[in-house]
Ligand binder design. Structure first.
Ligand code: CA
Length: 231
């Protein structure tokens, strides 16, 4: 697996690279934000981006935004800044996860495995393409989602979340189930992450009512049956 590490601090980067290489990862490291963006675009083999926020030129948020503008590659933000506002901003810009320094190497490997794990969210139907409510289609084979026949760009987690809800439209998925299936059985990040992803997904789908909040329980996809009874 190819890792792009964007980190300007040698004291953090060097042991990280050694550890990742020992685990069989191929690591390419950049020390600047612009270098990171350029390296990403010149290396199509990159499977995951590990991204520091405090970089000498453009910051990690901007790197995240630029990489995310045309790619769904998993991004984990490595941040020394612990406050909530930064973390939420990172997720809103399309990062899949973040880790606050200092972090344990094992935890990092677990997070890498969690975000790169090929989605095993259950398929939507026997066919690859499912027509969801409100003119949304979801193609589980190509992982493409369209709204009114227009492609929309979802991050890997957003797609997995939508696919999970779509696997049983109308049924409520509990927060625990979603975190377990879409993130990882060992997810112990903030549950706020889920809300941020739901908010972003609603925005991209252009209709906040497609995903309903079931207060205190979880979320459900509005089903076509709901539409029929409403009209
Ligand atoms: Ca830094």
């Amino acid at each position: 697996m190819d890792v792009l590490l964007v980190e300007d601090d040698n004291a953090i980067a060097e042991p990280l690279i050694r550890g990742l290489e020992r685990q069989g990862f191929v690591v390419h490291r950049e020390s600047t934000g612009l270098g990171g963006v350029a390296a990403f675009h010149s290396r199509p083999s990159v499977d995951i981006v590990l991204l520091d926020l405090g970089l000498p030129d453009i910051d990690g948020y901007e790197v995240c935004r630029r990489v995310r503008s045309d790619s769904t590659v998993p991004i984990i933000i490595l941040t020394a800044r612990g406050d909530e506002i930064d973390r939420v901003l990172g997720l809103e810009l399309g990062a899949d996860d973040y880790m606050v320094k200092p972090f344990g190497f094992r935890e990092l490997i677990a997070r890498i495995n969690a975000v790169t794990r090929r989605s095993n969210a259950p398929g939507t139907t026997k066919e690859d393409i499912a027509k969801l409510t409100g003119d949304v289609t979801l193609d589980s084979r190509t992982r493409k989602v369209t709204v009114h026949d227009e492609d929309i760009q979802l991050t890997r987690k957003e797609f997995d979340l939508l696919a999970l809800l779509a696997s049983d439209a109308g049924a409520t998925q509990t927060r625990e189930t979603i975190l377990e299936q879409v993130w990882d059985a060992h997810w112990y990040g903030p549950t706020k992450t889920l809300d941020v992803h739901v908010a972003s997904l609603r925005k991209k789908l252009g209709d906040p009512t497609i995903i309903e909040t079931v207060r205190g329980v979880g979320f459900r996809l509005r089903s076509n049956a709901d539409n029929d009874s409403a009209s």
